[in-house]
Design a protein. Structure first.
Length: 411
C-alpha cells in the first residue's frame, strides 16, 4: 500500500482534544488506502520545560542525560496518539526511536540520522497495522543510547521516514496554514504561497523562517521528498497548505519569493588584523572551535598590510565569541587593535530563484532601503538571496517596504 508520512507539531498535539482532531485527519488518509507513518512532537511547551529541568539540575550537563530527558515528551504523545487511533478502530502502534530503530551518530543533542531500517515497521504493516506512530526528534546512537536531533528535529524525523519508506508525500501539520511571503505578524500583506522550491525554502528556513527545521528541507531536497506544510486547525483539502517541491514543478514564480528576517543578530569587527595568508583561517577556526555560528563575513580593503574583519553571529553567542578571540590575542595567536561589537542589528533578506536570471534585484533592494533612510551595515549575496544587516529598530520597516516594493502580495 502507498505510504504517507504525517507530522504533527507541538501545538497540534497540545491536548487530548487536539490529538483527537489530528487522529481524525490520520483516519481520513487511512480510509483513502494509505499506510500512514505519523511523527509526533511533544505537547507544546513540554520540551522547553524538560530543557529547563536539565539546566536547573546541572548547568554543564552530560549531553547523554539531556537526551534521555528531553526526548521523553515525544514518548507521551506517541502513546496517546496510538491509543486515540485505537479508540477510533484504526489499528495503530506507537514506536520510540530505538524501537524502529532510527539510527544516528553519537553527537548527543544534535545527532544526525545515519539510517532507518524499514523491516520492523514493514513487518507490522504486513500484519495489519495501518498507522505507525513514531516519536519524533529521537534516535539511537551506535553505543545504544538515546539521542536527539536538535530543536525542531521532528521535522527532520518526518522527512527521513518519508525518504526511507518512499512515501508519496510528507505532510507537516502545524499552527500556520503554510509558508508565507513573509511573517504575517510583520506585514499584513503577507501572502500564503501555494508552492515554493526546495532551494528557496532552504534559504528561508536558514534565514529565520521558523516553520521548518533547516535540516528537514535539506534532506527533502536531497531525496526529492514532496513536502507539504499545512494547518491542523482547519478543514483540509488535497491542495491545502504550501507544497515544497522541485523547481521544475513550479511553472511561473515571482523573482523574489519571500522576505526573511532574523532579529537577534550581532555584528563583530576585529580592527587592524594583519592582511596575510592564514589570518581568516585563524580567526574563524577559533570561532568555530568555540561553537560560534558565523554567518556573514566581510573583509575590508587593506592599508599598510592591515585590514578589518567583520562578521555577523547570533546575539547569544557574542559572549562566547569575545572570550575566544580575546584568549587568542592573549595567547599570541592573533594580533588586533580592537574588538568592536554591535548587538543591535537585524538581518533582512530577499530570496528567490528568479534572481538567477533577472538582474537588478540588489539595486532595487538597496534603493528601497535608502528611500526609507535605512543604513546598510553589511551586505552578502548568494545566487538566490541578498541579505543585509541593519539597525534592529528598522527591521519591521525594511521588511514591509521590501514586501511592498517587490509586490509579493500579488501571485
Ligand atoms: N519537541 C522538540 C522541540 O521542541 C522537537 C520538535 O518538536 O520538533 O524542539
Ligand atoms: Mg517545529
Amino acid at each position: 500500500m502507498p505510504v504517507l508520512v504525517m507530522k504533527f507539531g507541538g501545538t497540534s498535539v497540545a491536548n487530548l482534544d487536539r490529538i483527537r482532531r489530528a487522529a481524525k485527519r490520520v483516519g481520513v488518509e487511512v480510509a483513502k488506502g494509505y499506510d500512514v507513518i505519523v511523527i509526533v512532537s511533544a505537547m507544546s511547551g513540554e520540551t522547553n520545560k524538560l530543557v529547563g529541568l536539565v539546566d536547573e539540575t546541572s548547568p554543564l550537563y552530560d549531553a547523554r542525560e539531556y537526551d534521555a530527558i528531553v526526548s521523553s515528551g515525544e514518548n507521551v504523545t506517541a502513546g496517546l496518539m496510538a491509543l486515540t487511533l485505537q479508540e477510533m478502530d484504526v489499528p495503530a502502534r506507537s514506536w520510540q526511536g530505538w524501537q524502529v530503530p532510527l539510527l544516528t551518530t553519537s553527537a548527543h543533542s544534535q545527532a544526525r540520522i545515519e539510517e532507518i531500517p524499514t523491516h520492523n515497521l514493514n513487518a507490522k504493516f504486513g500484519e495489519g497495522m495501518r498507522v505507525a506512530v513514531v516519536a519524533g526528534f529521537q534516535g539511537l546512537s551506535p553505543e545504544g543510547r538515546i539521542t536527539t536531533l536538535g530543536r525542531g528535529g521532528s521535522d527532520t524525523t518526518a522527512v527521513a521516514f518519508a525518504a526511507a519508506f518512499g512515501a508519496e508525500r510528507c505532510d507537516i501539520y502545524t499552527d500556520v496554514d503554510g509558508v508565507y511571503t513573509t511573517d504575517p505578524r510583520i506585514s499584513p500583506k503577507a501572502r500564503k504561497l501555494d508552492k515554493i522550491s526546495f532551494e528557496e525554502m532552504l534559504e528561508l528556513a536558514s534565514l529565520g523562517a521558523k516553520v521548518l527545521q533547516t535540516r528537514s528541507v535539506e534532506l527533502a531536497m536531497r531525496f526529492k521528498v514532496k513536502l507539504r506544510v499545512l494547518s491542523s486547525f482547519e478543514e483540509q483539502s488535497d491542495e491545502a497548505g504550501t507544497l515544497v517541491c522541485d523547481e521544475e514543478e513550479i511553472m511561473e514564480s515571482n523573482v523574489v519569493a519571500g522576505v526573511a528576517y532574523s532579529r537577534d543578530e550581532a555584528k563583530m569587527t576585529l580592527l587592524s588584523v594583519a592582511d596575510r595568508p592564514g589570518i581568516a583561517s585563524i580567526i574563524f577556526g577559533c570561532l568555530s572551535d568555540a561553537g560560534v555560528n558565523v554567518d556573514m563575513i566581510v573583509q575590508n580593503i587593506s592599508e599598510d598590510g592591515r585590514t578589518d574583519m567583520t562578521c555577523s553571529l547570533p546575539t547569544d553567542q557574542v559572549a562566547r565569541a569575545k572570550q575566544a578571540l580575546e584568549q587568542l590575542k592573549t595567547d599570541g595567536g592573533l594580533n588586533y587593535a580592537e574588538l568592536v561589537t554591535d548587538d543591535d542589528v537585524a538581518k533582512v533578506s530577499v530570496v528567490g530563484i528568479g534572481m538567477r536570471s533577472q538582474s537588478g534585484v540588489a539595486a532595487k533592494m538597496f534603493k528601497v532601503l535608502s528611500d526609507e533612510g535605512v543604513n546598510i551595515k553589511v551586505i552578502t549575496t548568494s545566487e538566490i538571496k541578498i541579505s543585509v544587516l541593519i539597525d534592529r529598530k528598522y527591521m519591521e520597516l525594511a521588511v514591509q517596504a521590501l514586501h511592498d516594493a517587490f509586490e509579493l502580495e500579488k501571485a
